[in-house]
Design a protein around this ligand. Structure first.
Ligand code: SAH
Ligand code: SF4
Length: 367
């Protein structure tokens, strides 16, 4: 059985052809799935009977099993989805007065291994498929529409951020059709500026995204010099800051907004001094950007502390005085561990990172 959530509209057209049907029928089918949330081909009444019959025997709309759902005091919802093999991933819905943002995962675990990130701590299990990425949106949109009693045509999710578990640009092949489905007028119809890909800095893939599907870009910078960034975001050793900033500038040629967002997690005594704020300002002087400071969210076993509020405000002031639009991210869903970098959906580390860390610790202890 083929999972129809796997296809963008062009892919669904190919699939219809394989079934011996006209390509254009894919548009109707796509609308049933992504605009009406219908799973059962038999209920897609305006679809040609021949196609409905063929679909019944060969395809399904397979959602992800929900392992748990938690609702925070501020209305934030966190779903834990079971993706098989002992892995689970998380998706977070963040309601605001004028929008509903969904934070989507792209991988079970993450191989980048940032030390301040709960997902990074767990190691990497596997890439999600396009169907698993899209299923997060499909589930959230149609569950919320029913729950909120929205009228036909009203949307629960108005914005998507690829800021859940995983590095989206290390799962590019699956990401691209998922993004196209989000943007498609016959799908979720989100504008390019309402879909954000956040990356730790996979430089060649930033260029690919620019050519294939330029949505809003957020770059996780976190440090104003290479030695510190090498330590915090290990992929920096492969793609250092200078290359990352150059790719960010190239991206702006095609981006839906005329700035990139630099994310900067505030770690007490590590990257939050006034000198480091000045260093950051000098570094990004020539990049049209906004800076988003993220108060670090703690998780068990982490060796960092959150910068005090007064420090974050002072850091922000230095950047604003230097001419940068600088915001401080509001922490949401804290009471259910749904905030940035707290997503820990229980993955099996296929890289055996924990074993390596324990061995290294035992080795150090023995000397
Ligand atoms: N892998 C991508 C997207 C997912 S992480 C990336 O790194 O950009 C989304 C954002 O949350 C990133 O900016 C990341 O650095 C930040 N983050 C990770 N752990 C965090 C934590 N414990 N507290 C606050 N922000 C965190
Ligand atoms: Fe991966 Fe992003 Fe976490 Fe780094 S911050 S480990 S890139 S998910």
């Amino acid at each position: 059985m083929v999972n129809l959530l796997q296809f963008d509209r062009a892919g669904l057209g190919d699939f219809c052809e394989q079934l011996g049907e006209k390509r254009f029928r894919a548009t109707q089918l796509f609308r049933w799935i992504h605009q009406r949330g219908e799973r059962d081909p038999a209920a897609m009444t305006d679809l040609a009977k021949s196609l409905r019959d063929k679909l019944a025997g060969s395809a399904v709309v397979e959602a992800l099993p929900v392992a748990s759902e938690q609702v925070a005091a501020d209305g934030t919802i966190k779903w834990l989805f079971d993706v098989g093999g002992g892995d689970a991933i998380e998706t977070v819905f963040i309601p605001e007065a004028d929008r509903g943002t969904l934070c989507i995962s792209s991988q079970a675990g993450c191989a980048v291994n940032c030390r301040f990130c709960s997902t990074g701590h767990q190691g990497f299990s596997r890439n999600l498929t396009t169907a698993e990425i899209v299923a997060q949106l499909w589930h959230a949109e149609f569950t919320l529409r029913r729950r909120l009693g929205l009228a036909a045509g009203e949307r629960a999710i108005t914005n998507v951020v690829m800021m859940g578990m995983g590095e989206p640009l290390q799962n590019y092949a699956a990401l691209l059709p998922a993004l196209r489905t989000m943007l498609d007028d016959h799908g979720y119809g989100l504008s390019r500026r309402r879909v954000t890909v956040s990356t730790s800095g996979v430089v060649p893939m930033i260029d690919r995204l620019r050519d294939d599907c330029p949505v809003a870009l957020a770059v996780s910078l976190h440090a104003g010099n290479d030695p510190l960034r090498d330590r915090l975001v290990p992929i920096n050793r492969k793609y250092p800051i200078r290359e990352l900033l150059a790719a960010s500038v190239r991206y702006l040629d095609r981006a839906p907004r005329d700035f990139v967002t630099f994310e900067y997690v505030m770690l007490d005594g590590v990257n939050d001094s006034d000198e480091q704020a000045c260093e950051l300002a000098a570094l990004v002087r020539d990049v049209p950007c906004k800076i988003n400071l993220i108060p670090w969210n703690p998780f068990p076993g982490a060796e960092f502390a959150t910068s005090p509020r007064s420090r974050i405000l002072a850091f922000q002031k230095t950047l604003i005085d230097a001419g940068f639009v600088t915001t401080i991210r509001k922490t949401r869903g804290e009471d259910i561990d749904a905030a940035c970098g707290q997503l820990a959906g229980r993955v099996q580390d296929r890289t055996k990172r924990q074993i390596r860390i324990q061995r290294a610790a035992a080795h150090t202890a023995a000397h």
